[in-house]
Design a protein around this ligand. Structure first.
Ligand code: HPA
Length: 307
């Protein structure tokens, strides 16, 4: 299967007048509700995915479906940002989900910062926290849904890709230095393991408990195909997960058996409502915290561009 890189790159050169902007050094992927990062870009040129060969159209509310080119940081550091991404749960193939990352590599990108919204699997990581991902747990990758599954599509790619070093210590260090520079409270940023699930249904309590017991701290339905493709392309990667909700993992289950027995004994038990997660909640927290995420990414890019 051949991908239309040449056509995509031609379209980009024809629509982005400034030649320095054709060669971005850093790429950003903006998740749900986080596309306002574009307002940090100077001399911005926005190209809708519909004009770019090989790009699909994001079907998820809250995603903008465009590629933005512009400058950030010191000495006009050229940056490209995907405003909206593609997920396997929308019906896209792994090759479509990762196309933007592979185009970034061919434009000259070295570092990628991927943002997403995620659910917290532990009370120690409250809503609003930004998790700098240190490792991932990807059940789909272990069962044949990895973007590297199948024939090798380039002689440049490794057949057996190592992922033990997927999350760049260099970039993660910049995240914590940026948080310090911005005087964020200590609890604003933490580190953790991201579990990738294919979704799109949110986790059941048993699934949430399973992921937590397996060592994950947050869970989401995106990002990991892009991380794997970025590592295959030899890019340095950092992932920032904004915690938008708690995954509900009750300590005990409501027992209908106990309720019926109590009712029959004339002593009905009061039941507490168990909450549920919604995409609206995820977007609302994204909206509330997007300035925090925007200023953090902006400062990280200042640090990268000053290296
Ligand atoms: N589960 C999976 N994906 C998510 C969640 C969640 O709770 N929140 C945001 N993305």
């Amino acid at each position: 299967m051949s991908l239309p890189y040449a056509a995509t790159l031609d379209t980009i050169s024809s629509l982005v007048p400034d030649p320095k902007l054709h060669k971005p050094r850093l790429g950003i992927v903006c998740g749900s509700g986080l596309s306002t990062l574009v307002s940090s870009l100077k001399h911005v040129v926005v190209i809708p995915y519909s004009k770019l060969e090989g790009f699909a159209e994001s079907t998820v509310p809250g995603q903008k479906s465009s590629l933005a080119f512009g400058y950030m940081g010191k000495d006009n550091y050229p940056v490209v940002a995907m405003l909206g991404r593609f997920h396997p749960y929308e019906g896209y193939k792994p090759s479509e989900v990762t196309y933007g990352i592979r185009v970034m590599k061919r434009l000259g990108v070295k570092d990628v910062i991927i943002t997403n919204a995620a659910g917290s699997l532990t009370r120690n990581i409250p809503i609003g926290t930004i998790v700098v991902v240190q490792d991932h747990l990807a059940l789909p990758n272990l069962t044949g849904m990895s973007p590297t599954f199948g024939p090798l599509t380039s002689p440049e790619y490794l057949r057996f890709l190592p992922l033990g070093d997927a999350y760049s210590p260099r970039l993660r260090r910049f995240a914590f230095l940026a948080s310090h520079d911005l005087q964020f409270p200590d609890e604003a940023l933490t580190e953790g393991v991201y579990a990738w699930v294919s979704g799109p249904a949110y986790e059941t309590p048993a699934e949430g408990r399973f992921l937590r017991n397996a060592g994950a701290h947050v869970v989401g339905m995106s990002t990991i195909p892009e991380v794997v493709a970025a590592r295959e392309e030899k890019l340095e990667v950092m992932v920032l997960s904004l915690v938008t909700n708690q995954v509900i993992i009750p300590d005990t289950y409501r027992s209908i058996k106990a309720e019926v027995e109590a009712e029959l004994a004339g002593q009905p038990i009061d039941q507490q409502e168990i909450g549920t997660v919604s995409h609206e909640e995820v977007l609302a927290v994204g909206k509330l915290k997007r300035e925090v995420m925007r200023s953090l990414v902006e400062r990280i890019i200042e640090l990268v561009s000053s290296e």
